[in-house]
Write a protein that binds this ligand. Sequence first.
Ligand code: UTP
Length: 291
Amino acid sequence: MTVKKVRKAVFPVAGLGTRFLPATKAVAKELLPVVDRPLIQYAVDEALEAGIETMIFVTGRGKGAIEDHFDMAFELETTQKQRGKDMSALEGTRLKPGNAIFVRQQEPLGLGHAIWCARDIVGDEPFAILLPDEFMHGTPGAGCMKQMVDAYNQVGGNLVCALEVPMEQTPSYGVIDPGARNGALTEVKGLVEKPAAGTAPSNLILPGRYILQPEVMQILETQEAGAGGEIQLTDAMASMIGQQPFHGVTFDGQRFDCGSKAGYIEANLALALERDDIGAHIREFARKLVA
Ligand code: UTP
């Protein structure tokens, strides 16, 4: 089977980030750091590692600093160079010229609507979607999107990352109605966004990583608002089941829901403990704190 290469990734970053107010009043949620890198940088690195070249950011008002983050910081770089300072921390913050594209979602009408705003840039090819507030922590060289692209190259069609959570958490997420399972791959028979408590078809949720065929854009064009009054990507994807292959891939790694305060603190703690420069210090501090 020949599948078209995944070359483009969409990063929806136009949400209001209300769960993090007041921190996100003037600062984009996606720029909140985990230790010393903003969430959006981890997501872009994950896409680059998977061989994706073009990064499409769907932004909104007040999110301009995301654009600056991936640009040259002229004063900073020139001054630091003149002072003979190490600039390695900025590696990866500048994308290849022309490979960072920004479009605006004027109103936060929902994730599905945000993705649809990128339709002309995505064009007629499969594309990835990464929600930067979902921090997927894999081993180097085998991040979540890399694992998904590898699986996609085998099965083609549409692919979502699938994650098991306790059943009582399912009303907060898009949930998979699973079919046959083969290793890390699960056939997707149906999808439901934010099911009412006790009605979820499984405890396999969608934690914010997708590889989709471009036909989803045509469905989103006329997609009505769904759960929470928002235009839901899950509803549009559900319409494609049965028309095109659809699978879930279980991610081999750690997931932190950095859209929630607890998940964000957990990510910071876990990443800090892994660091050569501060890990020992934080471990000792945490030990004393809980003693
Ligand atoms: P969330 O559901 O986390 O919403 O969106 P949010 O507004 O960012 O945060 P809270 O719930 O108010 O705290 C998931 C992803 O979809 C993007 C968000 O930026 C986030 O990356 N999104 C959501 C959009 O780009 N546009 C929308 O209309 C909604």
